[in-house]
Design a protein around this ligand. Sequence first.
Ligand code: SIN
Length: 304
Amino acid sequence: MVHPRAHDMIAAVRHTPQFQPGRYRCFDLRPLSGALGAEITGAALDRIDEPLMSEIETALADHLVLAFRGLDLSPEAQIALARHLGHVIPWPYAKPMAGYPELTELVSGPADINNFGGSWHTDSSTFGTPPKYTLLYCVTCPPVGGDTSFANQYLAWDTLPETLKAELEGLRLVHSTKRGFGDHSRGTGSSAVTTTPVSVPPQHEKLASAHPVARTHPVTGKKALYVNSGFSSHFEGWSEAESEPLRDALAAHGAIPEFTCRVTWGPGTLVIWDNRCTLHYAHNDYRGQNRTMRRAVVEGERPY
Ligand code: SIN
C-alpha cells in the first residue's frame, strides 16, 4: 500500500537529477524522465580514457542510469569498460558465458513464461558487498516489449514522512536468496521457466545479508531507501510475518511511477546503472520471442 500522502510528498520534493546543459565535455546527455536516467550520445567508448570515464561516473552520480545506443560491444570491450569502473565480479547464480567468467548471458526464449529480473529489485542485495554498477548490453531483443524500468531510491527515501524515517534509521533488513530464487520467488530469477538457468550453489544456500534500510551513497553522501520486493526478507530481529506489512509498503513506495524511467532496448544498447540508489524491473511482455542480454557487475562496498 502506498502512503496516502505520497503524492503530496512527491510534489514537495525536488527531483534530484537536474539537467545541466554543458556540464559534460566528452558526450551529450538527454534526461529520460524527471526522476532519473539519461541517454548519452557521442561518447567514444571504443577509446576509453580517464576524462571520459570520470565524466561517466559523474553522470552516473547525477542521473543514476545511463543508456548508450548503437554500439557494437564485444564481450572483451564490455569487460574492459566494466573494469574501468571497479572490480568486476562473477555472478554465482548462473553459469557464466562460455569463455568469459565475468559475464552472464540472460537469455529469454520463445518457450519462456517467466523472465529474468521480472520483479522490482536491486542486483544481488543478498551479497555482503552488493554490486555497485551493472552493465547490461542488448544482443537481441523483440521489436516491441522487453523494456526495463528503473526507480530512483533517493526520491523514495526523501518522500517518506519524517516520523517514519526516524523509525527506519536504525533498522536493518535481511536480503535472502531464498526470497529471490526460492519458493517465494516472484521471477527475479526463477529458473524453472526461464532459459537462463538460475540456481543457488550450496555455499550460497543460506546466503543472506543484513543491510540498513536507509543506505548512504558513498559518492553523493545522500540517503537512499534500500528495500526491494525481489530479495528483501525480514527486518533484523523481526519475524517474516511481522516484517511483511512494513516491508511491502516500503517496496511499493519505492516503485511509485513518479520515481521511474523506462528504457527501451535495441540491439547494441548498453545501460549502466547504480544499484546503490535504484531499483529495476524487467518487463515480461514479449512472450514467444527472443531476448538476449549480456551482463557484467562491478563490486560495491558494504552498505552503511
Ligand atoms: C537484471 O535484472 O539484472 C536484468 C534486467 C533486464 O534484463 O532487463
